[in-house]
Design a protein. Structure first.
Length: 133
């Protein structure tokens, strides 16, 4: 039932029961302590914000999605970079949730290393383009 319900959610905005209020996903993810998702932009956004996120990569669901989206990749790049914790079964997921709610998942340093949010990204890209020319 849960999988069926989650397939109906397409992202972009979260609405209350009556549809009176909404918030964009970026604001919701920025405010969240922890993001849990299957190979999604939500994980990437939370990593960019420097926060805890868990990639649910159960063999029959998450891993299959990764292989479908990235056929030549053995691991979700966000996990490889150390910017997301990986849960391959329910027990691992529960342990990672507990860890996040306790001392944290310890991924903030990796996120800061790989996601530079210092306002200089445009200058870095311009420099890279100029070096390539």
């Amino acid at each position: 039932e849960w999988q069926r319900i989650m397939r109906m959610f397409v992202g972009d905005a979260v609405f209350d029961y009556f549809g009176q209020f909404s918030t964009d996903m970026r604001s919701l993810i920025a405010a969240a302590h922890l993001v849990i998702s299957i190979c999604s932009t939500g994980n990437v956004l939370k990593a960019a914000f420097g926060g805890d996120n868990i990639s649910v990569l159960y063999p029959n669901v998450g891993r299959a999605i990764v292989k479908w989206n990235f056929p030549s990749v053995d691991e979700l790049p966000l996990v490889t970079l150390g910017c997301s914790a990986r849960a391959t079964n329910r027990d691992e997921l529960m342990e990672l949730i507990k860890k996040s709610l306790g001392d944290g998942l310890g991924i903030k340093e990796a996120c800061a290393k790989h996601f530079h949010l210092d306002g200089k990204n445009a200058a870095r890209i311009a420099d890279l383009v100029l070096r390539l020319l």
